[in-house]
Structure formats: C-alpha cells, structure tokens
Design a protein around this ligand. Sequence first.
Ligand SMILES: [Zn+2]
Length: 166
Amino acid sequence: MKPLSEPEIRASFVNCSKGAAKRLFVPHDLAERPWDDLDFLGWRDPQAPDRAYLVAELDGRPRAVALRGQGRGAWGTRRGMCSLCLTAHTGGVSLLVAPRAGRAGQQGNSVGAYVCDDLCCPLYVRGRKETGSDARLRESITVEEKIDRMMTNLTAFLAKVTDRSR
Ligand SMILES: [Zn+2]
C-alpha cells in the first residue's frame, strides 16, 4: 500500500471521535514500515497493549479502525486461526473488538474478530514472518490469492464496523 503519514492515519478513523483519534497511539517509525509488503498496517499501543488499531486503503482512501483486545493471556488469546489471513497460531490469535461507527457504537454495539496477535497478517501471508509452529496450514493457493482472501475478509469486517443500517 501507499505509505501513510501520521495525520493521514489520524484523519481516517471511522469508529472513534476526532478527539480520540488525535490522542491515540500511532507508531513513530511509519517511514521504516515495509509498506510495499503491507495491505494494511496494524499496531498495538505499547503503553496499553489491549488497544489495537489498523489502517487499510479501501476504494482508494485510508480507513482506520480502533480495536479493543480482551487483554493478553486469559481467554482473549487462544490457539487458533486468524479470521483475516487464516494463519494458524499456537497462542497468537486475539479476540479484537471494534465499536461500530456512529450511533451504534455509542450504544455499545461492536464487532469482533480473532486476529493475529501482532496484527502482522500481511507479513504472515507473504511468508516474511513465521508463526513458530508447525500448525501452519499447507495450502496450494498462491500468495496473491491469499492476499485477495485476506482483503476480502478485512473488507467484510470493516463493512460491519461502518454499517449504519442496523
Ligand atoms: Zn492474521
């Protein structure tokens, strides 16, 4: 994806207030991120690891979502498969919950997904990062197909976050 700047990322949050988007943690090393190998950028707040964020470019413009984890360990992290990139992990998948955009979110409505703990799905899909387990699904599809599938899953997740019709 095209490299994004901090102001661009802050301006693209769909499910939190402008004030919150201004204050939340954005990585300081954006210039060094491997943008060429990223279909979306995901990160956690090092001061508050239950807060996670991701930004993707959809229909030519960046969309960012704020996510809440259920804490590390406990039942929030489990052995399983990422619902975005379908990478299987032994203990590296977290349930992340996004408040829905607008009124629905203010009323406590949210959407959850099990996602790679470090939100590095694009790197797992490309084999640039390993899970450290043998549980990796051996698949015969190409990297491009895996990326397409991941983006389809992400787009569907973001659509649920931004859907104002329910
Ligand atoms: Zn993943």
